[in-house]
Ligand binder design. Structure first.
Ligand code: ZN
Length: 274
């Protein structure tokens, strides 16, 4: 069974939990590590001949055009992570439209192909930001991968449909591709990647992934380039944020390699309904 694998291509200093106006002002003077870290991912994928979806931040694409071209030339799907990595929950509909249309244009100009997919920074399409979906349709996106059906402190829509499904909006339809979750003792647990990929033991995750697969649903997995970079400079933040973002970074490369051996993966667009 074919599953979806995706990477949110952003710099290590753009993580939302450490975000603040003061830090944003220094984005341009920070050491860029995204090219090197993304190349590690491209190499791992290439070794197994796997194509993935890369949700690239517009801000990163503008500054790393050669990297974006390499992604497209290697046959991966180029998708959008928005432009400035601002949580939708902190944006007006007008700001959001400007952000997603700017990112799409930059990516399409560099990649030379239509960009179909969008993933919000920190999965920030929630019950309060449902207005984002018709805007995505109007801006030409065909699918979204931002709605996580869990209870979390700053994202998630508890009880949302956990499988790939079409959502009708006033502006037309969009396919929702939720990052994977699994029900365990009545609780919905995120098993799609990121912090959970580093926190839970691999064998535990593998059991849950197999369960989702046995139910006939493709997995939707995500990781970030900075998660393969144990040497990145650490940012100051709350204890919880430090724990979430810096735990087990040294294990990700090995786990990703194992994951790609244990399951079959392709880009998200190949899983969309006709
Ligand atoms: Zn992100």
């Amino acid at each position: 069974m074919m599953h979806g694998i995706s990477f949110d291509i952003e710099e290590h200093f753009q993580v939302a939990a450490f975000d603040c106006v003061a830090r944003r002002r220094h984005w341009n003077t920070q050491e860029s590590r995204v090219e090197r870290n993304t190349q590690l991912i491209l190499d791992v994928l290439d070794q197994r001949g796997i194509k993935a979806t890369m949700f690239v931040l517009g801000w990163v694409a503008e500054r790393n055009k050669a990297l974006v071209k390499r992604i497209v030339d290697a046959g991966h799907e180029l998708a959008s992570h928005g432009y400035a990595h601002e949580l939708i929950t902190g944006q007006s509909p007008l700001d959001f439209r400007e952000d997603v249309s700017r990112a799409k244009k930059i990516l399409e100009d560099i990649g030379g192909k239509p960009v179909l997919g969008y993933r919000a920074p920190t999965f920030s399409i929630t019950n309060e930001t449902g207005w984002a979906l018709p805007i995505l349709v109007e801006e030409g996106y065909r699918y979204d991968s931002s709605i996580v059906p869990i209870v979390h402190d700053y994202y998630g829509i508890p009880g949302a449909n956990p499988n790939i499904h079409t959502i009708k909006t006033n502006s037309g339809s969009i396919v929702e591709v939720p990052p994977s979750t699994c029900k365990l003792a009545g609780i919905t647990i995120p098993i799609a990647g990121g912090g959970y990929f580093r926190l839970f033991p691999y064998s535990f995750l593998k059991r849950l992934w197999r369960r989702v697969e046995a139910q006939g649903h493709p997995l939707i997995i995500y990781l970030h380039p900075w998660e393969l970079d144990p040497g990145q400079p650490r940012m100051r933040g709350s204890f919880l944020s430090q724990f979430r973002y810096y735990l087990n970074l040294d294990k990700v490369h090995g786990r990703l390699t194992q994951l790609l051996q244990d399951f079959s993966f392709g880009p998200i667009h190949s899983l969309l309904p006709e």
